[in-house]
Design a protein around this ligand. Structure first.
Ligand code: SF4
Length: 337
């Protein structure tokens, strides 16, 4: 039996206004195997959250539209499912957790009600059974005194505990795929580490595949097997975490790495962020979308879009000057004193 769970082929998502079309996702492709974790990394506006929303077919239409591509989940194309069949996939087979649990949890219902609602929407169970399952989920995500806390409201939980509740809701039906959109961004560093540990543990317990949307390469190195680096709606680099950690090749990936604060850097030093800002996606760009910010850009970069090339087995890069036969020499990162 194949290990392949999800195959995304040439996904395109557009948003239309009265005068223009924004190509928010511009033909991205990737695969995800069972029990695997893929990190999708990039700055705000790179298209990573739009990609996640498209997987659930929740792009608001209008103004948005999945303009092309295939989303093959266990071999069936999600784009050809009826709305009714897609509703059954959502929450049951594919679940999502969001960045800010306070805006995702309903403040007027107890956390127990919210987990039970998720269970009852997809399974034929009695109220008693759904309550027992909800308590089990709270225990699984590490909420102490679950029998008592199931009757509490979201505001009675800390930020980290609320995120645990969101994970419990998302995993209540033991989905095959969990999409986590910046699940630790709103949390402090210690709680972040606990939530990442929890997700790793749950993945082993429930055998769920995970797509982790993040702007933080540190999170990717910690929990992911593969990484897809997105810039301005395009994939710029894709491969196993080990390969890209050891041998990152795209200048944008280098920029992301340089802008991470690491333990090797003293407090007085500030790493360079990537200078400039992403392009206006309403405008047609003939060349590389990163050219305006790339310190390695040459004339060709502004004239022609680079192809995605497999530079070594399973390692794909989209840059005119990073090919099988050609390599850029990486310049020292800039450190402002
Ligand atoms: Fe930079 Fe040119 Fe490569 Fe784009 S194609 S990443 S602009 S060197």
């Amino acid at each position: 039996m194949s290990d392949l769970l999800l195959k995304v082929e040439d996904l395109e998502v557009h948003f239309r206004s009265s005068s223009s079309v924004v190509k928010a996702v511009n033909g991205i492709s990737f695969t995800l195997n069972k029990k695997e974790t893929l990190g999708i990394v990039g700055e705000s506006g790179s298209g990573k959250s739009v990609t996640a929303t498209a997987l659930l077919r929740l792009i608001p239409n209008p103004p948005g539209k999945i303009a092309g591509g295939k989303l093959l989940f266990e071999g069936k194309d999600l784009l050809s499912l009826s709305d009714k069949d897609m509703r059954s996939v959502r929450g049951n087979e594919i679940s999502m957790i969001f960045q800010d649990p306070m805006t995702s949890l309903n403040p007027v219902f107890t956390v127990g009600d919210q987990i039970m609602e998720s269970i009852c929407a997809h399974r034929k169970v009695s109220k008693k059974e759904s309550k027992a399952a909800a308590i089990d989920m709270l225990k699984l995500v590490g909420i102490p005194e679950a029998e008592k806390r199931i009757n509490m409201y979201p505001h009675e939980f800390s930020g980290g505990m609320r995120q645990r509740v969101m994970i419990a809701i998302a995993l209540a039906c033991k989905p095959k795929l969990l999409i986590a959109d910046e699940p630790t961004t709103a949390l402090d560093v210690t709680v972040q580490a606990q939530i990442l540990d929890l997700m790793r543990h749950l993945q082993e317990t429930i055998d769920t595949s995970i797509i982790m949307i993040t702007h933080d390469l540190g999170v990717v190195w910690e929990v992911c097997d593969k990484v897809l680096v997105m810039y301005a709606g395009n994939t710029v680099e894709y491969g196993s975490v080990k390969t890209i950690y050891e041998n990152p090749l795209h200048p944008y990936t280098w920029g992301l790495l340089d802008s991470q604060i690491t333990s090797e850097v003293s407090n007085e030093e500030k790493l360079s962020a990537i200078p400039g800002s992403p392009p206006d996606l309403r405008e047609e760009m003939p060349g590389c979308h990163f050219a305006g910010r790339c310190r390695y850009a040459q004339e060709k970069c502004f004239a022609a879009k680079p192809e995605m090339v497999e530079v070594e087995e399973g390692h794909f890069v989209s840059c005119h000057f990073q090919t099988k036969d050609m390599r850029l020499e990486r310049k020292e990162r800039v450190i402002h004193g």
